[in-house]
Design a protein around this ligand. Structure first.
Ligand code: NAP
Length: 247
């Protein structure tokens, strides 16, 4: 089988980096998207030392010129893309601790807008730019890295442990990302491209001040599994480690 070509946004650290590592160990050519050339080059070099075909791609998901340039480069160098992992995101809040997080009533629209620029609009920009390359794959996979905090069903259930984690910018951005996932999945139904949202679970990363109880590698395993789904796998689903989640 031809080696897979996978682009992971925000891959210089955290769950994105670990996802690149898992896919790379499985033989994929991994394109590590990063907005910092220095951090991206270092991350790609670290994976290359492990024998992985890892290449840094400059990609700031909020910068249309950078997104277009990345798509042009991948097209020119590799001609197609098999996997797109929309992983890059920002917390958009000062804290994940409900005791200290800013409540919605004191959250500025500007912060919500900034958070959506990366977590939602960035995904739309990157997906639209990469879709022509994904259409050239025999089995394209788009994985949007979402969160349980984007599930309106779970957030309105007082019995869920994170019920009090009421982070307006982040939670709303991930609910919007879930809606974005459904929209693309509908358009691409009947093609070779599957679009799903996944949650890695609560992992210790910079995003949450390393408060998560799972490792980034454990979270990445969920993301990577959705990136290599077989043709009989789900599309338009919200996937966690233990199965599907409610929207
Ligand atoms: P992280 O360690 O903070 O990594 C986030 C990555 O996104 C970094 O590489 C960051 O780059 C990049 N990024 C941010 N803005 C960007 C932009 N404009 N363009 C390109 N890259 C950008 O966080 P993480 O926990 O690994 O998060 C990865 C994904 O998992 C996110 O979608 C997050 O919402 C999701 N998630 C995480 C958890 C968790 O518990 N950690 C739970 C559920 C979902 P810089 O280094 O340049 O900032």
């Amino acid at each position: 089988m031809t080696a897979q070509i996978a682009l992971i946004t925000g891959a210089n650290k955290g769950i994105g980096f670990e996802t690149a590592r898992i896919l790379g160990r499985d033989g994929a050519t991994v394109l590590l998207g990063a907005r910092s050339a220095d951090l991206g080059e270092k991350a790609a070099a670290a994976l290359a030392e492990e024998g992985i075909d890892a290449r840094f791609v400059h990609l700031d998901v909020t910068d249309p010129a950078s997104v277009e340039a990345a798509a042009d480069r991948i097209g020119a160098e590799l001609g197609r893309l098999d996997v797109l992992v929309n992983n890059a995101a920002i917390a958009g809040s000062d804290a994940f601790d409900p005791a200290t997080a800013t409540p919605p009533s004191r959250t500025s629209p500007a912060l919500v807008r900034t958070t959506f620029e990366t977590n939602v609009f960035g995904v739309v920009a990157v997906t639209n730019a990469m879709l022509p390359l994904l259409r050239r794959s025999p089995a394209g996979r788009i994985v949007n890295v979402s969160s349980e905090l984007g599930s309106l069903t779970m957030l309105t259930d007082p019995s869920v442990p994170f019920y009090e984690t009421n982070l307006l910018p982040y939670n709303a951005s991930k609910s919007a990302l879930n809606a974005v996932t459904v929209a693309y999945a509908k358009e691409l139904a009947g093609t070779a491209i599957k679009v799903n949202a996944v949650t890695p679970g609560y992992c210790a990363t910079d995003l949450n001040g390393h408060t998560g109880y799972r490792t980034a590698a454990q979270g990445a395993a969920v993301v990577a599994a959705a990136a290599v789904l077989g043709d009989d796998g789900p599309a338009g689903a919200f996937i966690a480690e233990d199965g599907r989640l409610p929207w």
